[in-house]
Design a protein around this ligand. Structure first.
Ligand code: ZN
Ligand code: ZN
Length: 344
């Protein structure tokens, strides 16, 4: 029997991936599968598994031969439970990967591809020690890829030596990333993924990806780099997600984008344990992606946020509880109040 190359994909499906980020991951993955299936060595030896993480982590697909592998459904939810994902990874590696014995050659060292765009929202350190990243020989070759501007690279550096940075999350950038990953998987599938000392043989990186060599500053304990709030359009009642990015100079969050949501995406959300934020920390609101109103208001009755315009002349019906709200789009401009965050 051929030696197997177990490949584990750990994909961040937190809300911050919404928009072109997750679309590009879906299409990159699809292209990668097509290319791998054209490679005879990969076809014989590659086994794929997918673990996604948001508020919790989930094994989407156990280790499966490339030929039988079905493209995973990637759904976004709040939260970045990287620790829970590492926990699942540790369990799967210990149960699925065949060890070399004196009678048979086991699997190649598993290749783990960890994709994230943010900061973990759970305790990842405990899970890390279960994988045994400090153990030699390494239990797995882990590539940790941080996408976008808000990644805590110090976390990734605790997980592996191979930490890569891709700041631009445009579809073409993800395209190049997946081409590179495909080449890395092909190389590992013929046993050339490592040098003679057991170190990782890194394929030549595309121009949009850099290896992070210097120790990164930890973002732990500091303000969240991005926050997300769920809103409903007061005209169409449709849901959307407001994205804010922390502005260290102003000490507050600036609106960066508003993404349309489907009702299905809203239902998939686990609310309740989500943190909240003081309204004064938010500097305005992004434009409603459904009707174009430039601001947002908050129902004191049920807590729903909705799009609003300070020049509105009519009362607003709260899209959450149907209460008739008098016009004060910014929540009366008085003391400020707590807004429930979506998990990011
Ligand atoms: Zn609207
Ligand atoms: Zn309400």
């Amino acid at each position: 029997m051929n030696r197997r190359l177990p490949v584990y994909l750990l994909i961040d499906c937190s809300e911050s991936m919404i928009g072109q980020g997750i679309d590009a991951v879906r299409s990159g993955l699809s292209t990668m599968l097509t290319s791998l299936r054209r490679d005879p060595h990969a076809l014989e030896s590659v086994f794929l598994s997918v673990i996604t993480y948001d508020a919790s982590a989930k094994l989407i697909c156990p280790l499966t031969p490339l030929i039988d592998f079905q493209e995973p459904q990637l759904r976004l939810r709040p939260g970045t439970a990287l620790g829970a994902a590492l926990e699942i990874l540790a369990n799967r590696i210990s149960t699925e990967v065949r060890k070399t014995t004196h009678v048979s050659k086991g699997d190649y060292r598993p290749l783990v591809i960890l994709l994230t765009d943010g900061q973990p929202s759970d305790n990842w350190r405990a899970a890390l020690s279960r994988i045994g990243t400090q153990v030699r020989p390494r239990p797995a070759n882990i590539y940790a890829i941080g996408c976008g501007m808000d990644v805590d690279f110090s976390v990734l550096q605790s997980i592996t030596d191979v930490v890569l940075r891709m700041e631009d999350m445009a579809p073409e950038s993800f395209g190049k990333l997946f081409v590179w990953l495909t080449a890395s998987v092909c190389s590992a599938s013929i046993g050339t993924g490592e040098n003679s000392d057991g170190g990782i043989n890194l394929q030549k990186l595309p121009d949009n990806i850099q290896k992070v060599e210097t120790p990164a500053e930890s973002l732990e304990g500091g303000p969240l780099r991005q926050v997300f709030l769920r809103v409903r359009c007061s005209v169409k009642r449709s849901p959307y997600l407001m994205r804010y990015r922390f502005d260290p100079l102003a000490g507050c969050y600036q609106p960066s984008f508003a993404h349309q949501l489907t009702e299905e995406e809203v239902q998939a959300t686990t609310e309740g344990e989500l943190p909240s934020i003081q309204s004064q920390l938010l500097n305005g609101a992004p434009k409603c992606p459904w009707c174009g109103k430039p601001g947002a208001g908050h129902c004191g009755n049920c807590g729903t946020m909705f799009c609003a315009d300070s020049s509105d002349t009519e009362d607003i019906i709260c899209p959450g509880c149907q209460a008739v709200l008098s016009r004060n789009p910014d929540g009366s401009g008085s003391k400020g109040f707590n807004l429930r965050l979506s998990g990011g």
